[in-house]
Write a protein that binds this ligand. Structure first.
Ligand SMILES: [Zn+2]
Length: 302
């Protein structure tokens, strides 16, 4: 029996069918109508569920939901920052109503990404793992002692809002000096523009990486600055959780060594304690499907 999995974000919604080994035998993706009302967003989810059920021949063994946060895993509700009309939206009950009689599990997208990479990606074999996405934001989730660690409300591992500069710039969360406000793609691009990088119109992390690869000194400095902020956060979280591995995915991580080389160099400066000597950082392997795979795994772990 297949597991139906959903990955709900502010930009897109993905659905899939996973077989028991985690292979996705059906996937679909649609734009999130994030500016529309709650029911318009739900209609997209419901249509994708109907398509996936059809592809599964009408029955699935369970449903796993990865959602952008914050979430409340006890109530089964979600309030994604980038879906304004979903505030305390009862996504678990709504999914249960259209797929009755099977387990429905809800997790944060960061936890699901980490769990997916732990199961079938770059995190295989790790016991204490932080999975991270560095793209338009910085997100993450924890797998501790081999099991997903949701925390009290389901939001543990929200590492984008670890403060790395106590006098830093305002962050979208309302705080300031968060690693996301320095190391997200838009933050790095903004810093580069403020410091003299002549960005092409509409430039993002990809264009910044292109400029850095071509030797642009401001673009290289932007990557160094972002990577150093990430390293400070990773050293801190690594010390708190006694991690053995950090897996990093997302658009900014696609720049490869431009990010990972300065990140590893800064990490070796910050993470000096003996027990952190084995802390490794690796690129994610599953790409955009890690959240779906992890959501399916949530159901398997029950
Ligand atoms: Zn923040």
């Amino acid at each position: 029996m297949h597991t139906l999995c959903l990955d709900i974000g502010g930009t897109k919604i993905a659905a899939g069918l996973a077989d028991p080994s985690g292979d996705l035998v059906h996937t679909a993706k649609r734009r999130t109508p994030a500016a529309e009302g709650a029911e318009a967003v739900w209609d997209v989810v419901a249509a994708m569920i109907a398509d996936a059920l059809h592809a599964a021949g009408g029955a699935v063994g369970g449903v796993g939901i990865a959602s952008a946060g914050p979430i409340d895993r006890h109530r089964g509700t979600v309030s994604p920052i980038n879906i304004a009309s979903w505030r305390g939206f009862p996504v678990r009950d709504r999914v249960s109503a259209v797929v009755p009689g099977v387990p429905v599990e809800l997790g944060g997208d960061g936890v699901c990404m980490a769990l997916g990479e732990h199961w079938l990606g770059a995190g295989r074999g790790a016991r204490f793992l932080l999975g991270m996405v560095v793209s338009t934001g910085v997100g993450g989730g924890l797998v501790l002692d081999g099991a997903p660690y949701p925390g009290r409300t389901g939001n543990a591992g929200h590492v984008g809002h670890v403060v790395v500069d106590e006098d830093g710039a305002q962050c979208a969360c309302g705080g300031r000096g968060c690693v996301e406000s320095i190391a997200s793609g838009p933050s790095m691009v903004r810093w580069a523009c403020d410091n003299g990088w002549c960005a092409p119109r509409g430039a993002g992390a990809k264009e910044l990486a292109g400029a850095a690869a071509a030797g642009d000194t401001v673009a290289l400095a932007a990557f160094r600055r972002g990577a150093t902020a990430l390293a400070a956060m990773i050293a801190s979280v690594g010390a708190v959780c006694d991690l053995d591995l950090v897996v990093i995915g997302g658009g900014v991580a696609k720049s490869g060594r431009l990010l990972f080389d300065p990140l590893r160099a800064a990490l070796s400066d910050y993470a000096r304690l003996d027990f952190l000597a084995g802390l490794r950082v690796a690129p994610a392997q599953l790409g955009g499907t890690a959240g779906l795979v992890g959501a399916a795994r949530l159901v398997g772990l029950g």
